[in-house]
Design a protein around this ligand. Sequence first.
Ligand SMILES: [Zn+2]
Length: 343
Amino acid sequence: MSRHIWAICSKADTLWVKWVHTNILKGRCLWRIQVPAEASWTIRKLFKLRDIVQTWITARVGNGESVFLWLYNWHPLGPLFTKFGEAVVQNRGISLLAKVSFIIHQGVWKWPRVRSPTIQNIIEHTPTTFLPSVDSLDSFVWNLNGSGVFTTKSAWNALRLVRPGVMWAKIVWFSHNVPRWAFIEWLAFWGRLSTKDRLRSWDLLGDTTCCFCDAQNESHEHLFFACPFSHQVWSHLLEMNNIDRGVLAFTDEIAWACNHKAGPSLAHLVFRLSLAASVYWIWRERNFRIFQHQRKDARGLSSQIEEEVRACFVSFQGVKKTVVNSRIVQKWRVPARIFALCS
Ligand SMILES: [Zn+2]
C-alpha cells in the first residue's frame, strides 16, 4: 500500500497512477481529500494509511508545479498547514490548493507581501541556500531510505513499528492518553520528529544546536531527556511518580516503561500520562522557542506538565481506594472524591 501512495505522490508513470489522478484526486491533494463514497477497497485501504506514509515523503522543489504549497512536506519547517493551521491560508490570497510555483519568481521565493507573523516566521526560517531548482521538475524523496528511493523493505520495517504488536504500543495508545500527546509521543518513539539533526541530514538546515542548552546537537536522544533542560523536567516527573532512579537514555526509558508500566493500575496509567505529556510539552516548548521566541524555564515547564497530567487524572473513573492509590492521589494533590466515582 505504501508503494501505491509513493507512486501517486511521485506521479509514477503508470496507467493506474494516471487513473487515480484523473478519477479520484482530480487536482486535489492526496493528504487532504475525503475518501470518495464510491471508492474501491484498495483506495479505502490506501486512504487509511496515508497519514502515516505522508511523513515519510519529502518533496524537492523544482519548478514547483506539482507540489502543494501548504500541504506537502517541502519546506524546512515541514508541511506548513500542519504547523500553522488555518491561519496560514486565511486572508493571504493564496488558496489551500496552491502549488509552490505560485511563490516562485525568477528562481527565488516571492512570498506575498502581507503583514502576517506566520508568513514572517516562514520567511525567517527559510535558509538563504534553500532555493527551488526551477529548471527541473519536482522530485520526491523517500525519507526512510538513505538513497531517497522507495523500497518495500524500508516501508515494511517502518510499518511493522506502527502495528499494535510493537512493544511500546501499549505505552502510547491507551484510552486515557490525550490524542495530540500520543501522536507526538509516537513520532518521538519512532525517531520521526523533525529534529535539527534530521533536517541537517536532508541538507535543509545548517544550525543543529539545541535551543535549550545551546551546547549540544539536537537529536531525539538529546531532547528526551539527555539535555540538562529536559533532564530536569523528566526528573521532576519521575519524582512525582515516586520512581527513585536517575534519568535513562531515551530508548532505555521506553524499554523501562514497557517492562514496568504497561499495566492497567493507577500508578501505571499516571506514569504513562506523565511520559506522554513530557514528550509533548518539551517538543512544544522547543517549537515555541524556535518559532515564536517565547520561553519557559525548566521549573515552569515541569509545573505545567504536572498541571496537565493532573487535569487528566481527575477525570479518571472507577479508581479503587487502596493504600497505594491513596498515596498517588495525595502526591498529585487530586481531590479524594475521585474514589467516590467508583461505587
Ligand atoms: Zn540541549
